[in-house]
Ligand binder design. Structure first.
Ligand SMILES: O=C(CO)COP(=O)(O)O
Length: 254
């Protein structure tokens, strides 16, 4: 069984009701590859989740951009995994580099969140990736392995995890990783999973790329053997997101 191509749209902290409705309309009206070829998940800010969930065509799923690390309670401002499950939100993005950097989320904290969210029945897009400084000092693989290890230590079943490799230096910068750079890290991550979880987990877990993916570079990136899809930021708010979803076709014809 091959790994089904996965395209996520991370809307981050963007949008008004009007803009959200416009994107939903675009997604609903566009011709997309069939669900057997690509899994599409969009991630609006929390407050728009119910609106998007109810108006979006059923073959596109939704994801929250974060959730709390344990059972809800006296945690002002947080949203718990139970609440997302209760609303029927199937996915959550965890460990995004913006949260790691700006909110000091550590590898261990992210690992705890992944384990807790999975235990509540959510599926997780778990983000890893190195900074420019780490890349330039040659520690990319060490960094992404440590981030992945913190998850692997807390999780046994990887069925509901998608790993998103998002080099920090490529996020929102227009400076996309080359297909060779992406493929190198994806392959190493897969080898890491084979050695530290199991060959079956390594073979079946989708590793998607994020960082300045757009309509022009998606086909070549998606054509790499270990790139199983994308997590798209800026371009997921634009019509070119449809082209990025269609890049799934490169795998079908491969
Ligand atoms: O962070 C990202 C997705 O989670 C990538 O953002 P950009 O596509 O805007 O670079």
């Amino acid at each position: 069984m091959g790994r089904k191509f996965f395209v996520g749209g991370n809307w981050k902290c963007n949008g008004t009701i009007e803009e959200v409705k416009k994107i939903v309309k675009l997604l609903n009206q566009s011709q997309l590859p069939p669900p057997g070829v690509v899994e599409v998940v969009v991630s609006p800010p929390y407050v728009f989740l119910p609106l998007v969930q109810s108006e979006l065509r059923p073959e596109i799923q939704v994801a929250a951009q974060n959730c709390w690390v344990k059972k809800g309670g006296a945690y002002t401002g947080e949203i718990s995994a139970e609440m997302l499950a209760n609303l029927g939100i199937p996915w959550v993005i965890l460990g995004h580099s913006e949260r790691r950097a700006l909110l000091n989320e550590t590898n261990e904290f992210v690992g705890d969140k992944v384990a807790y969210a999975l235990a509540q029945g959510l599926k997780v897009i778990a983000c890893v990736g190195e900074t420019l400084e780490q890349r330039e000092s040659g520690s990319t693989l060490e960094v992404v392995a440590a981030q992945t290890k913190a998850i692997a230590e807390r999780v046994t079943d990887w069925t509901n995890i998608v790993v998103a490799y998002e080099p920090v230096w490529a996020i929102g910068t227009g400076k996309v990783a080359t297909p060779a750079q992406a493929q190198e890290v994806h392959l190493e991550l897969r080898k890491w999973l084979a050695a530290n979880t199991s060959p079956e987990v390594a073979e079946s877990t989708r590793i998607i790329y994020g960082g300045s993916v757009n309509g022009a570079n998606c086909k070549e990136l998606g054509g790499q053997p270990d790139v199983d899809g994308f997590l798209v930021g800026g371009a997921s708010l634009k019509p070119e997101f449809i082209d990025i979803i269609k890049a799934a076709e490169v795998k079908k014809s491969a």
